[in-house]
Design a protein around this ligand. Structure first.
Ligand code: AMP
Ligand code: ZN
Length: 119
């Protein structure tokens, strides 16, 4: 069934509590935890509890949960007090764009300046 847990997925294991993470927010549908290799003072991953390989697949199958990811990303930024100075929400999609974990996730980055275009 679409969205079901994948045995070999790191983020499904974090949702199940089998791999530890520094959780900052949790809802019925989402989990937010600090990235293990932070690229900014705020670097939090917001993920759906259900498994989809990337953000677009999640949005096509479960648009409400995709919206939950965006809403929770804003809550994370507000809690880390980065919302006022601006923050980034990034969905790396595909290995060519740097995606390494194929369970949909938003990177929420804040607390420093950012260049445009991104690297
Ligand atoms: P991406 O490269 O967009 O797929 O992002 C995957 C992110 O997961 C990277 O920024 C990693 O640093 C992060 N990551 C990998 N393993 C863990 C972990 N156990 N806990 C928290 N973040 C992790
Ligand atoms: Zn997964």
């Amino acid at each position: 069934m679409a969205g079901e847990r994948q045995a070999d997925c790191l983020f499904c294991k974090i949702v199940a509590g089998e791999v530890p993470a520094t959780v900052v927010r949790e809802t019925e549908t989402t989990l937010a935890f600090r990235d293990i290799n932070p690229q900014a003072p705020t670097h939090v991953l917001v993920i759906p509890k259900v498994h989809y390989p990337d953000a677009a697949t999640l949005a096509a199958a479960e648009p409400g949960i995709a919206a939950d990811i965006l809403r929770e990303s804003a809550e994370v930024a507000a809690e880390d007090k980065t919302a006022g100075s601006g923050y980034r929400i990034i969905f790396n999609t595909g290995s060519g764009a740097g995606q390494t974990v194929f369970h949909a996730h938003a990177h929420v980055l804040g607390g420093r300046g950012f260049n445009w275009p991104p690297g």
